[in-house]
Design a protein around this ligand. Structure first.
Ligand SMILES: Nc1ncnc2c1ncn2[C@@H]1O[C@H](COP(=O)(O)OP(=O)(O)OP(=O)(O)O)[C@@H](O)[C@H]1O
Ligand SMILES: CC(=O)N[C@H]1[C@@H]2OC[C@@H](O2)[C@@H](O)[C@@H]1O[C@H](C)C(=O)O
Length: 367
């Protein structure tokens, strides 16, 4: 393909996301003009091996720092493998692996070299999506909300609804689909809610040598320690008004808070901490959402979903109930955002990251 060919009108873009759960790389195609979603395309997943995950875990939080070459190679190799399996792609959106996210301090840092990836794939790559927002005074996260807005309009939704992503960290997006532009006042409000799956995964790894609590088998047998939960909910983050964002380990040693509990009670308590922080977030939305659409791996956690349903009066549904793919929404989001960057359209605004002006983040590298 000639440089620039296929980049007019509707673009067929491929997005890739490696999230805070460190499970692997999601990749998905969408067709968009940067505003409306025209079609969803194929997707693929490439899990990290135990050894690769250990390399990535070992460098989490280490930025700036030496010894990142091995981790960078894990990110580059895994992405090149999964992304090279797609055809007829005009543009790639590459998130990379977040190593550190401290908008008010060290900044936000995603491991991975988009310029090198463009060379390996022979396609233009949009990357480094968060830095410009942080430089302009924003949180740099969450960035999926502009895509959630497009999804709500694609669904034909009429009333305000909310998307809840239950990944390693949780994040919530309230959308009014009747407002046409995502950066317009009243279209969106989004923020990170609190830890979601990451501490549960950490517990399972530490106590059972397992990657996660499959189908909440362990949490379902446990009892929530109300004192631990109540103490956790006094953290200042929960009272702070949005927009606001989190790094994976911003609450410190969460496993230490459940160290005195036996395994099932510890799992149940960490699961309740994730849910309670979401409920606190829902109380901060501009209006009660008509429905809560859940995406990310946590929608497969029956205890988390049951706790949400018990506490909320609106329907709590996996995004699949509305024709979306909850395993791929974030990869699709970075495909969508890549096209917005290509078009010079904003990818964040005051109500998503707190940035003063609608901001177009992202760097475009050509092969
Ligand atoms: N069947 C299941 N039962 C319980 N938990 C599950 C199940 N399937 C997935 N999960 C949880 O979901 C996690 C993966 O979620 P997801 O892929 O959304 O995270 P991510 O994209 O890495 O995170 P983030 O959105 O924070 O970037 C797993 O690590 C696991 O904790
Ligand atoms: C800094 C960073 O990588 N943040 C992630 C993380 O994972 C979930 C939550 O924390 C969200 O803020 C963000 O990812 C999604 C894709 C986002 O930017 O919308």
């Amino acid at each position: 393909m000639m440089d620039g060919e296929g980049l007019a009108g509707v673009v067929r873009a491929l997005g890739a996301m490696s999230g805070t759960s460190l499970d692997g790389v999601d990749a998905a195609v969408i067709e968009t003009d940067g505003a409306a979603i025209h079609a969803f395309g194929p997707s693929a997943y490439r899990s990290y091996s135990e050894a690769e995950r250990a390399v990535l875990t070992g460098v989490l939080g280490r930025w700036p720092g030496p010894g990142l070459e091995a981790a960078q190679e894990v990110v580059m190799q895994s992405h090149a493998e999964v992304l090279s399996g797609f055809e007829d792609i005009a543009l790639v959106g590459f998130h990379g692996q977040t190593l550190a996210h401290e908008p008010a301090g060290r900044g936000t840092h995603q491991l991975g070299d988009g310029a090198a990836l463009a060379g390996r794939l022979g396609r233009p790559v949009v990357w480094d999506f968060r830095t410009a927002d942080v430089a302009a005074g924003g949180e740099g996260a969450p960035l999926a909300p502009f895509f959630h807005h497009a999804c709500a309009r694609w669904m034909g939704a009429g009333a305000p609804l909310a998307f809840l992503n239950l990944g390693g960290v949780g994040n919530l997006t309230w959308v009014d689909p009747s407002v046409a532009a995502p950066e317009a006042p009243g279209a969106l409000l989004s923020f990170d809610t609190g830890p979601a799956n990451a501490p549960i995964n950490d517990l399972m790894q530490a106590r059972r040598g397992l990657a996660y609590d499959e189908d909440a088998g362990l949490a379902a047998q446990g009892r929530i320690d109300q004192a631990v939960l109540n103490a956790f909910m006094t953290e200042a983050y929960f009272a702070r008004l949005p927009p606001k964002s989190l790094d994976r380990n911003d609450f410190g040693d969460l496993l230490g808070r459940v160290a005195h509990l036996e395994d099932a009670d510890a799992a149940a308590t960490l699961t309740a901490m994730a849910v309670q922080s979401v409920l606190q977030g829902i109380a901060q939305l501009p209006t009660p959402p008509e429905r809560l659409l859940v995406t990310g791996g946590g929608r497969r956690n029956p205890v988390m979903m049951a706790m949400l349903r018990a506490a909320l009066s609106c329907p709590v549904e996996p995004v699949e109930a509305h024709g979306l793919d909850g395993d791929m929404l974030e990869a699709q989001a970075f495909a969508y955002l890549a096209v917005r960057v290509l078009r010079g359209l904003p990818t964040s605004c005051a109500t998503t990251t707190g940035v003063g002006q609608p901001t177009c983040g992202g760097v475009i590298s050509h092969p």
